[in-house]
Write a protein that binds this ligand. Sequence first.
Ligand SMILES: [Fe+2]
Ligand SMILES: [Fe+2]
Length: 194
Amino acid sequence: MYTTKPPKENVVRIIQQEHTNLTAVIHSMQQFVRTLGQGNAPSDLKMMRAMLLYVIDYPERVHHPKEEEHLFARLRQRTHDVDSTLDELSRQHVRGTTLTRELEHALARYEFQGAPALPALRLLVEEYGKFFFEHMRLEEDVVLPAALHHLTEADWIVIDLAFSANGDPLTGAPIQNNFARLYQLIVNAQPGQG
Ligand SMILES: [Fe+2]
Ligand SMILES: [Fe+2]
């Protein structure tokens, strides 16, 4: 979507907004597993599945590809100052994918085994939250300031086009609205959030 905001401000706003949304869903997941086993109906696990779907698909299909292919790639062209941080963040994108698969597995075990599988599920959700919060903080504290310092206006225009696109970066299909609906479903289900 075209906006009148300067491209660099728009990109920073989009990244921060996507981080805020992911943070909200991870917090919902943490809250959910902390209360699991305290009388939730088994059907409530559908909500956990919705949260998992969001934290698996949204970073993989929307957020990380834009960071890697546009922001990180251009930043590497302009400076080597943050190469080691960008390498680490790229490794973390892969690690994040692995962790979400482990989360899926832990949830399936809980569905079939019940209470004995709950501690492992809780531990993984906490680990995932800590991991992802630190990842996003590194991007906001190191990468965004470096990008604001080193990238040119032309770089920001191109990055803004990619970040503002409403489609799947892999297929071009319009998926952003699907994620927005899924996000609303998740946050609306949380008491005290909306
Ligand atoms: Fe990232
Ligand atoms: Fe990010």
